[in-house]
Design a protein around this ligand. Structure first.
Ligand code: NAP
Length: 500
């Protein structure tokens, strides 16, 4: 980082990272190395080892030992909470550094990365409280001769596979709660964006987390990721990524040890706008919902379902808003829309934009890749004259591409919103509470927003219906997801003998 100037620049040399096992970094040594270039600048910024099968096995064995000897699971909740709170403090102190490396590898605007790290601090603080309040139940109504207890126990060794779109945020929506529950972890970040996961390992260690509780292997999904899915010593696998790989996760669990699964997968999320909405607010929200993180967001509001009487006007309002969003160097404080994270994703998005036109939709705005001299960027793009059967209206694009579909009745809006194999998130914009609540009840989505979008806090559970996944992350729902329930039935007094 250039400390001498207030304008951030990429590093002059890529930063070398090792992977992290048993409380220490392991340098790449003779292993192959992956060099990551900043998508916003096209220059190499990090170098990471490609872990081998033996490295993955060693990391799992280490997490297994750390779980089985109870160094973390048997620690008093007050001690676990203290470490989670210290982690929050260190994160706050190192927020700028984390945001910088997140921006370099991912391409998101630095201002957004800073806000995300701020949110992550809150997650560790909440998890510290939850570590102390998570509890079971008791049944004192089983007669004088018995007492029933229901206790919660950690699941064990958790494999954690995370994607490249929110490398640090998605990590911190899971790690504090997994640790609060007393589990140990082997994390496998996307090879594109591993730096901040490794930085978290360092921070947790500094905060006092015992060695072996949090381990990080680097390398590609197809190699170390797949081996983690299949590992017999991993008790639970938390996967965030595409629905296609999610299927592979389910299959691998079925083939091996039936490991418990948490899956957060794709989405094609509706934003339903009624004519009685505050259209100015709704236009800003819809623009934010599709352009935030360049639409590389599982919960991005990519299908605008708008009441026909205002559809043309509202489409122009959204396009007008998007035209004013500032696209630029992710390290520039003023940038709102950064770079597309991977070359493959850039090709996918441009492919869908071309396909939309070929299918007969009309490009209302955007559609081009601006040349900023370096890096890869795509303008927010809006299509009208879209029909529900078009690929751009059905498939997850994972980019800043909005399709507009008009509706006439409330029932039709709900049917259109539910006409998808996904069920991750949805928004409704209306000043009529009856309509808003009716839609919130009838649309199948794990997250629902009324007169806002992409909002919430660490207390709110996240996760999807249908092909968008299984289970819930964050808050108390997240802690409970990573715990087993045990029923303990206790006899009091002399047994009434079966064999007399
Ligand atoms: P992806 O290809 O499924 O990759 C996600 C993670 O899985 C990465 O760490 C990847 O590693 C790893 N991976 C890939 N193939 C694997 C395999 N065979 N076995 C084990 N791990 C494997 O998805 P992506 O392209 O990174 O992310 C985009 C998708 O994720 C979108 O569909 C999006 O909706 C979804 N997503 C969902 C959420 C949510 O919370 N619901 C959040 C973010 C993203 P490498 O990258 O190193 O290969």
């Amino acid at each position: 980082m250039d400390q001498s100037s207030t304008i951030l620049t990429p590093p002059s040399e890529p930063r070398e990272f090792g992977f992290f096992v048993d409380g220490a970094f392991v340098p790449a040594g003779t292993r192959d190395v992956f060099e990551r270039a900043s998508p916003g600048h096209g220059v190499p910024v990090t170098r990471l080892p490609k872990c081998t099968d033996a490295d993955l096995d060693a990391a799992v064995a280490c997490a297994r030992r750390a779980f089985d000897d109870r160094r973390w699971s048997a620690a008093a909740a007050t001690d676990r909470a203290a470490i989670l709170l210290r982690t929050a403090d260190i994160l706050r102190a190192r927020a700028e550094e984390i945001a910088y490396w997140e921006t370099l590898e991912n391409g998101k605007p630095i201002a957004q990365a800073r806000a995300e790290v701020g949110g992550c601090v809150g997650m560790f603080e909440l998890a510290a409280g939850l570590a102390r309040t998570v509890h079971g139940d008791s049944f004192n109504n089983t007669g004088d001769g018995a007492l029933g207890l229901v206790t919660r126990e950690p699941v064990g060794v958790v494999g954690l596979i995370t994607p490249w779109n929110f490398p640090f945020l998605i990590l911190c929506e899971r790690v504090p709660y997994i640790l609060a529950g007393g589990n140990t972890i082997v994390a496998k970040p996307s090879e594109m964006t591993s730096a901040t996961t490794l930085m978290l390992a360092e921070i947790l260690t500094e905060a006092g987390l015992p060695a072996g509780v949090f381990n990080v292997v680097t390398g590609s999904g197809r190699s170390v990721g797949q081996r983690l899915l299949e590992h017999m010593d991993v008790d639970m696998l938390s996967f965030t990524g595409s629905t296609a790989v999610g299927r592979a996760v389910v299959e691998a669990s079925g083939r091996t040890n039936f490991k418990k699964l948490g899956l957060e997968l794709g989405g094609k999320n509706p934003q339903i706008v009624f004519a009685d909405a505050d259209l100015e607010d709704a236009a800003d929200g819809v623009a934010f919902g599709i352009a935030f993180n360049t639409g590389q967001c599982c919960v991005s509001g990519s299908r605008l379902i708008v009441e026909r009487s205002v559809a043309d006007k509202f489409g122009r309002m959204v396009a007008g808003k998007l035209a004013k969003a500032r696209i630029g160097d992710p390290l520039d404080e003023a940038t709102q829309i950064g770079a597309i994270t991977t070359d493959a994703q850039n090709d996918t998005i441009m492919g869908y934009i071309a396909k939309g036109t070929e299918e007969g939709a009309t490009l209302l705005s955007g559609g081009t890749a601006p040349d900023l001299g370096q890096g890869q960027y795509i303008e927010p793009t809006v299509f009208t004259d879209v029909t529900p059967d078009m690929a751009i209206a059905r498939e997850e694009i994972f980019g800043p591409v909005l399709t507009i579909l008009p509706f006439d009745t409330l029932d039709e809006a709900i049917a259109m919103a539910n006409d998808t194999e996904y069920g991750l998130a949805a928004s409704v914009w209306s000043k009529n509470i009856d309509k808003a609540l009716t839609v919130s009840r009838q649309v199948s989505a794990g997250r629902f927003w009324v007169n806002t979008t992409l909002a919430g806090g660490p207390e709110m559970p996240i996760g999807g219906f249908k092909l968008s996944g299984w289970g819930r992350e964050a808050g108390m729902y997240g802690v409970e997801e990573y715990m087993q329930v045990k029923s303990v039935f206790i006899e009091i007094g002399k047994r009434d003998h079966w064999i007399k």
